[in-house]
Design a protein around this ligand. Structure first.
Ligand code: SF4
Length: 168
């Protein structure tokens, strides 16, 4: 079984088919300009604030982790708020994961381009939902075939568009 990283949670909300492709190592993200722009925005934000370039804790790789006296603040940096629900659950997953390691955690969703910041705390309800999401992700990614394509307004900007809609 694949390790569940933050991108799995994000893609679960964006598109279940995309999640399946990604989990089954069919990666085309390097071809997407939007993904590259998102990575540059994240890098620029980290350079500006002098944060670590890379944070990896087992399966997860939060964008930034900042330690305060009583808690740890976990950042998720996004290009826009187009997939805000996905970004929030990705961040909540990091909080849930780190809480299980015994850390007192809070989250901060940052959208530098729009000067937006939002602080997040993990609730018991969130924790229950994360367990359901993880079970559902495990079920989807272990399917023999990807879920059927369902057209969305952002398909044309998706790196997997040729696989879904052009008989690639
Ligand atoms: S092109 Fe659309 S249906 Fe296909 S993986 Fe991307 S978002 Fe999903």
């Amino acid at each position: 079984m694949a390790l569940i990283g933050g991108a799995y949670i994000y893609y679960y909300f964006v598109c279940k088919r995309k999640l399946w492709f990604y989990a089954n190592k069919i990666t085309m993200e390097h071809e997407s300009d939007l993904v590259q722009i998102g990575k540059y925005i994240e890098l620029f934000y980290k350079e500006k604030h002098k944060y670590e370039r890379k944070v990896i804790i087992n399966e997860i790789s939060p964008d930034v982790i900042k330690r305060y006296k009583d808690f740890v603040l976990v950042f998720e940096i996004k290009k826009s708020d187009k997939f805000k629900e996905a970004a929030l659950w990705q961040l909540k997953y990091y909080l849930w994961y780190l809480k299980r390691l015994g850390l007192n955690v809070k989250g901060k969703l940052v959208i530098p381009e729009y000067n937006k910041e939002e602080y997040i705390e993990l609730t018991e309800k969130d924790e229950r939902k994360i367990k359901e999401i993880l079970n559902e992700i495990k079920r989807i990614i272990s399917m023999d075939k990807p879920p059927r394509e369902v057209f969305k307004d952002y398909c044309k900007a998706c790196a997997y568009y040729p696989l879904c809609w052009e008989g690639y």
